[in-house]
Design a protein around this ligand. Sequence first.
Ligand code: ADP
Ligand code: MG
Length: 300
Amino acid sequence: ATPTAVMVATGKGASLGVLIKGGNALEKAHKIKTIIFDKTGTLTKGKPSVVQTKTFSKIPLLELCDLTASAEANSEHPLSKAIVEYTKKLREQYGSPSDHMMDSKDFEVHPGAGVSANVEGKLVLVGNKRLMQEFEAPMSSEVEEYMSEMEDLARTCVLVAIDRVICGALAVSDPLKPEAGRVISHLSSMGITSIMVTGDNWATAKSIAKQVGISTIFAEIDPVGKAEKIKDLQTQGLAVAMVGDGVNDSPALAAADVGMAIGAGTDVAIEAADIVLMKSSLVDVITAIDLSRKTLAKIR
Ligand code: ADP
Ligand code: MG
């Protein structure tokens, strides 16, 4: 496209809340035949909340949540925020000061798996099966059953281990963005295939994918794995776009032919992307591609 056409299109994009970082992104967007969507915070609202809890030992629920929230207190992950929020409410119900946190040391993030911390001398692990395996916390059949029960309901089951014993679980639900299904089917009518990639487990992933009408899924994928999926598709000769919001999406956003970041996402994702969807609406994935197609059609 001519510099003028690019300028007009980026200006139009900006007025619609679609920030296109330069002519290259605009030119590549019209070739896209495959779009990879992150799940959490991209297809879903990214505002999860705790909807059910379970204890697997005699530990009182409040104590379990206090330890869990204290371990998660320094994390920016949406799941962490949901757990801290829930614990505050629970404390209020019990008449305790709501923002009390226990002393937490050695906090560590395990990307795509969870967090670990030393809370008042106890090793607290909060995360998925992978985290439990990494730290050799054994999974009982009771825990396995509860997990699959929650995952079949599209809930993420966050496990909590204290000194390597799984003591409880918090089931978290993250509602779909209302436009998600509509956008996927519209993209399909434009000849574009949508794929979902997520660090979350297979059962939850399948349930969400079914609801939005996506049939190809890659689940339990870590941040490096997400970028590798993009490269795999590119070696098949496909032009691939990635839509994501998280730190865990930034390698994939950078690897994609066109990386699109959700405006409400993290700064790292926004920096790694070629296009930023300022309104955080998935409809603007279509807006961006339309703009590119129209701009490039004009010069032909
Ligand atoms: P997504 O790819 O869906 O955006 P992430 O890669 O951030 O998700 O996380 C993948 C999975 O790792 C989550 O579904 C959860 O099971 C676990 N996990 C990640 N971070 C945390 C955390 N801070 N607390 C608990 N669990 C976590
Ligand atoms: Mg995400």
